[in-house]
Write a protein that binds this ligand. Structure first.
Ligand code: APR
Length: 248
C-alpha cells in the first residue's frame, strides 16, 4: 500500500506523557509571552529568563515522571518493521521519540537536551539544565551556550530534507499539531500536491478549513498503534478504518 511515508508530530503527541502543549487550555503560551521566551530578541533582552523557561522544561523531561507513550512507541515500531521509506519530523524539542526507540528522526525546531554555540553553531549535549557556566569548547574565548531551540523568526532545521521527502511520499500523517505554525503547517499542501494520501490525527474534530483528506479524531496514544497496524498490514487509512467520527 504505502511505500514512502512522512510523519509530522506536534506537542499533542507528548501531551499524554505529561508535557504541556502550547495552545491547548493550560498551554505554555497562556503563561508566557512568545516574544519573551521564544524569540532571539527575548533572549538578547533577558537570557536568564529564557534559560529559566527552558530549564523548567528540561527538568520536567528529566524528572523521571515523563515517559514515552504508546504513540511514540508505535512510531518506533513502524520504523523497525516498515520496509519502505519513513521520515518522522517532529516540531517537539523533547526526546520522547528517541527514548521510545525512533532513530530516523528530524527535530525541525531543535532539541531541549542540547545547547548551541552562538558563534560556530556547534551543538553540545546538556548533562544538566542551563546556566551561565554552560560554555562552548569550540571558541576562544568560550561562548555562552544558547538553547538549541528554533525561535520564532529563525530558520527551522532540515527543511531541504523534509521537502525532498514530502515531494516523493505517498502517505503524510500529522499527529497532535494545531497546524498554526509555518512551514510545518504547509507540509500537508506539499504532500497533497504530490498526490500523497494525507491524514490528520487530533483530539479535536477536523477544522473546516483543513486540507487533510482524512481526519482521525481521538487520542494519539489510542489511534497511532492502530494506524501502524494498518500500515504494516498493507491496508489503507481512511473512512472504513476506524469506528470513530471521520471526515474524509
Ligand atoms: N492526541 C492527539 N492530539 C492532541 C492530544 C492528544 N492526546 N492532546 C492535544 N492534541 C492536539 C491539540 O488539539 C492541538 O491541535 O495537539 C495540538 C497541539 O497544538 P499546539 O499546542 O499548537 O502545539 P504544536 O502544533 O506542536 O505547535 C507548533 O508552535 O509554539 C510553536 O515551536 C512551537 O513546535 C511548536 C509549534
Amino acid at each position: 500500500m504505502y511505500r514512502q511515508i512522512v510523519i509530522l508530530t506536534g506537542a499533542g503527541i507528548s501531551a499524554e506523557s505529561g508535557l504541556r502543549t502550547f495552545r491547548d487550555q493550560d498551554g505554555l503560551w497562556e503563561e508566557h509571552k512568545i516574544e519573551d521566551v521564544a524569540t532571539p530578541e527575548g533572549y538578547q533582552r533577558d537570557p536568564e529568563m529564557v534559560e529559566r523557561f527552558y530549564n523548567e522544561r528540561w527538568q520536567q523531561l528529566h524528572s523521571g515522571k515523563v515517559e514515552p507513550n504508546p504513540a511514540h512507541i508505535a512510531l518506533a515500531r513502524l520504523e523497525k518493521e516498515f520496509d519502505g521509506q519513513l521520515l518522522v519530523v517532529t516540531q517537539n524539542i523533547d526526546d520522547l521519540h528517541e527514548r521510545a526507540g525512533s532513530r530516523r528522526l528530524l527535530h525541525m525546531h531543535g532539541e531541549l537536551t542540547k545547547g548551541r554555540c552562538p558563534r560556530s553553531q556547534q551543538t553540545f549535549l546538556l548533562t544538566d539544565h542551563f546556566g551561565v557556566n554552560h560554555t562552548c569548547t569550540c571558541c576562544i574565548p568560550a561562548q555562552r551556550l544558547r538553547p538549541h531551540v528554533v525561535w520564532f523568526g529563525e530558520m527551522p532545521i532540515g527543511l531541504d530534507r523534509i521537502h525532498h521527502a514530502l515531494d516523493s511520499c505517498d502517505l503524510f500523517i500529522a499527529i497532535g499539531t494545531s497546524g498554526t505554525v509555518y512551514p510545518a503547517a504547509g507540509f500537508v499542501d506539499t504532500a497533497n500536491h504530490h498526490g500523497a494520501h494525507t491524514v490528520e490525527i487530533n483530539l479535536l474534530p477536523a477544522d473546516e478549513r483543513s486540507h487533510f483528506q482524512c481526519h482521525l479524531q481521538g487520542k494519539a496514544s489510542e489511534i497511532m498503534p492502530k494506524v501502524v497496524e494498518l500500515i504494516l498490514s498493507d491496508k489503507s487509512i481512511g473512512n472504513d478504518s476506524f469506528d470513530m467520527p471521520l471526515r474524509g
